[in-house]
Design a protein around this ligand. Structure first.
Ligand code: NAI
Length: 699
């Protein structure tokens, strides 16, 4: 587990090398091992100084978060954290110099181990990331990070680092003072040993007499100004949904007023509470484990050899087609980008180049590299150019007749095992597959806009789609570095169907006479990136109207109307307020100023006497989506809770603290959720009525 050696000068090197794991992680076993090594080095009179290093490519990747999902008691957790504090303090105060030789990633507990050293030297490794990303998982840096960072950087810079959770490059880390020196990888150990030899009396600043936090203590005028502002900012960012934000602020405020030994104990107690918190468990489960499983293609049909997509055909070089070409070429796939004429195809290629050009401008990609990637995109207006494609994705207009025509023409050029995919956002795949000569090889691959930025891809299995097509689609999504979920066919599939309920509920609230600002704020306070009315404006009211009309036409008598339906007609057809593109929708979007809610909304939807509480509006906006997701589960549109959870967070920004749209039911408690939904159904209509067996469906 550890390789310890002592050189002729008496400098011990303790190298982390955790067996059977790709990276060094910290858990009960490895921490006990580390403690033994440190105690041995401290006790050995022959040892004059100690270098902490790693035998792997990275330094220490952080805590082993497998344990976070277990239901551990305070009594089981607290002693572990106090033990780590004790090792750290022993390193700092034993009278021997400790140096961290950081060769690669030093994250979370890994970087906190380095913080216990008197000096931090990093190898100039472009891949290495340094930082305290704990907040992203709903926890706080509990290995001394909330105490040592503010004492080292000052309260303001320290709080910023703890609350934004960024991972920094070595150069950035050096600039911020997170590492003291950067050297070439070959020199790392020698320089570290040299430093230890040259600094036999090393101490930490906070153990020196008269230590003051740089820039001012908590009780200084600066500190007194900082904390109210930081509290307000934390609140503004998290709306109280992420308890770790408050916990970090409390650790710094309470801990940094006292001696570091007391501060560390304060931190450990907050950490225990955070690890046991349901929000943390939900974030770790979905945000870490389920997303990792999805990226590893957990649901891929078995026994089908891995496909390599050498050549990809893209039909329609519009916004989506260009985005698909850009991300695919960016991952080394040869793309044919086809449109109705050569000029349209060329224009699509130019659009595909834009995000790459931006990366070149930012210095994140070389010109030659960009040119090589763009060489992989061949614009064309001939179907013959598709010959030899392993996969063709159509992204032509959302029109069944045009889609039928391109399907036929493309399939005529394809080998028997090649797959044809539609990027349709609304048309059921099974229906589109009827125009295919080979429905087993027909599938939905639904991207989100903008393609370059959005991490999720929804793969839709039509009634006749075969396993081989699903496997190939998954292999493709993995090859372009996105996260897939697999769902079964249905109107709006999974993501559009459930997200639509958020938007429709917002519009229904407006129609009831709820103040528009209350609706929009409730959406944001619930944790959504934008309020429901703004979402409609962004995507266009005209599009929402067209989709609902199409559904009505397709479904006939089976169409279930929504109270918000006529609002779309009013805005698009009577008021001519079709959305953001036109500069007017639920908001005014002036070209030269910030948007604002249309002042006339009140005239069309008179304010109801007795406005609801913001918590009630929040509940409606969240619960309606979870009810729809439960229905998707009941109907078999989603078959795994994880697909619903991951899809909701990555697809439309369902808030992370919930763990996802189905996990939310568990967080509320299945019985409580069911009762709340029945109450909502009584007041607002059957759309809130949950399917039977809520608990089983959410599990
Ligand atoms: P767009 O209008 O930007 O691009 C469509 C392109 O298809 C145009 O360049 C057009 O010239 C081309 N085209 C039309 N008929 C063709 C034919 N017979 N052969 C070859 N090319 C033809 O549309 P956009 O937004 O890129 O959407 C394309 C598809 O992706 C639609 O099915 C849409 O529903 C779907 N989608 C759109 C999303 C969005 O946010 N815009 C998100 C997810 C899916």
């Amino acid at each position: 587990m550890f390789e310890t050696s002592i050189d002729a000068d008496g400098i011990a090197v303790i190298k982390w090398n955790i067996p059977d794991r790709p990276v060094n992680v910290m858990n009960e076993t490895t921490m006990a091992g580390f403690r033994d090594e440190v105690e041995k080095a401290i006790a050995d009179d022959a040892v004059k100084g100690v270098v902490i290093a790693s035998a792997k490519d990275d330094f220490i990747a952080g805590a082993d978060i497998d344990g976070f999902l277990e239901d551990l008691s305070v009594e089981a957790l607290l002693p572990q954290f106090l033990m780590f504090d004790k090792i750290g303090r022993a390193m700092e105060t034993c009278g021997k110099p400790f140096v961290a030789a950081i060769n690669g990633h030093a994250l979370g507990g890994g970087y906190e181990t380095a913080l216990c050293c008197h000096y931090r030297i990093a190898a100039d490794n472009p891949k290495a990331r340094i930082g305290l990303p704990e907040i992203g998982l709903g926890v706080l840096p509990g290995g001394g990070g909330t105490q040592r960072i503010p004492r080292m950087l000052g309260l303001q810079a320290g709080l910023k680092m703890l609350l934004d959770g960024r991972k920094h490059t070595v150069a950035q880390a050096a600039k911020m003072g997170l590492v003291d020196e950067v050297v070439s990888p070959e020199d790392l150990l020698d320089v570290a040993k040299r430093w230890a030899l040259d600094h036999p009396d090393a101490t930490q600043p906070w153990d020196r007499k008269g230590f003051r936090i740089p820039g001012g203590d908590v009780q200084s005028p600066t500190g007194m100004q900082l904390f109210p502002a930081a509290n307000a900012m934390g609140r503004e960012r998290s709306f109280g949904n992420y308890p770790a934000v408050q916990a970090i602020l409390s650790c710094v405020y309470e801990g940094c007023q006292r001696h570091i030994d007391v501060g560390l104990r304060v931190e450990s107690k907050y950490l225990v509470n955070m690890i046991r918190h349901p929000v943390t468990k939900a974030m770790v489960r979905t945000g870490f484990f389920e997303m990792a499983k999805a990226r590893k293609l957990k649901g891929r049909p078995e026994g089908i050899p891995k496909a390599k997509i050498g050549k990809l055909g893209i039909l329609g070089a519009g916004m989506m087609g260009a985005g698909i070409a850009s991300v695919s070429a960016g991952r080394g796939i040869d793309c044919v980008l086809m449109d109705v004429d050569r000029a349209a195809a060329e224009a699509g290629k130019a659009r595909a180049a834009a995000p790459l050009e931006k990366r070149v401008k930012q210095g994140r990609m070389g010109e030659a590299h960009m040119a090589a990637l763009l060489d992989r995109i061949a614009p064309t207006d001939h179907y013959a150019a598709l010959d030899g494609s392993d996969l063709v994705i159509e992204a032509v207009f959302e029109d069944r007749a045009i889609k039928a025509e391109v399907t036929k023409a493309a399939e005529a050029r394809l080998a028997s095992d090649a797959v044809f995919a539609s990027n349709t956002s609304t048309l059921p795949i099974t229906g589109l597959a009827r125009t295919s000569a080979r429905p087993a090889n027909f599938i939905g691959i639904h991207f989100f806009s903008p393609v370059e930025k959005m991490p999720l891809v929804e793969i839709i299995r039509g009634a006749g789609t075969g396993d081989a097509a699903v496997a190939l689609a998954l292999d493709y999504v993995q090859a372009i570095g996105k996260t897939p979920i697999v769902v079964n066919d249905g109107r709006g599939f999974f993501t559009s169907r459930v997200f639509a309920t958020y938007v429709m509920e917002g519009v229904a609230l407006l129609k009831e006479g709820v103040a528009p600002a209350l609706i929009e704020n409730a959406g944001r306070i619930a944790g959504f990136p934008v309020g429901p009315l703004e979402v409609v404006d962004n995507t266009s009211l005209g599009l929402s109207l067209a989709i609902r009309r199409q559904w009505k036409k397709d479904l006939g008598d089976a169409y279930v109307g929504h109270p918000a339906d006529d609002v779309f007609e009013l805005f698009v057809e009577t008021l001519d307020r079709p959305g953001r593109k036109a500069g007017r929708g639920f908001y005014d979007w002036p070209a030269d100023g910030p948007k604002r809610l249309w002042p006339e909304l009140g005239r069309h939807f008179p304010r109801a006497a007795g406005q609801p509480d913001v918590e009630d509006v929040k509940q409606r906006l969240l619960h309606i989506q979870s009810v729809e997701a439960l229905r998707c589960r009941e109907e078999g549109v989603v078959t795994e809770r994880a697909d619903a959870d991951v899809g909701s967070i990555l697809g439309w920004g369902f808030p992370m603290y919930t763990g996802g749209v189905l996990s939310w039911v568990g967080q509320v408690g299945a019985a409580a959720f069911e009762a709340q939904c029945h109450a909502l159904a009584d007041r607002h209509g059957p759309r809130f009525a949950p399917p039977a067996e809520v608990e089983a469906l959410a599990a």
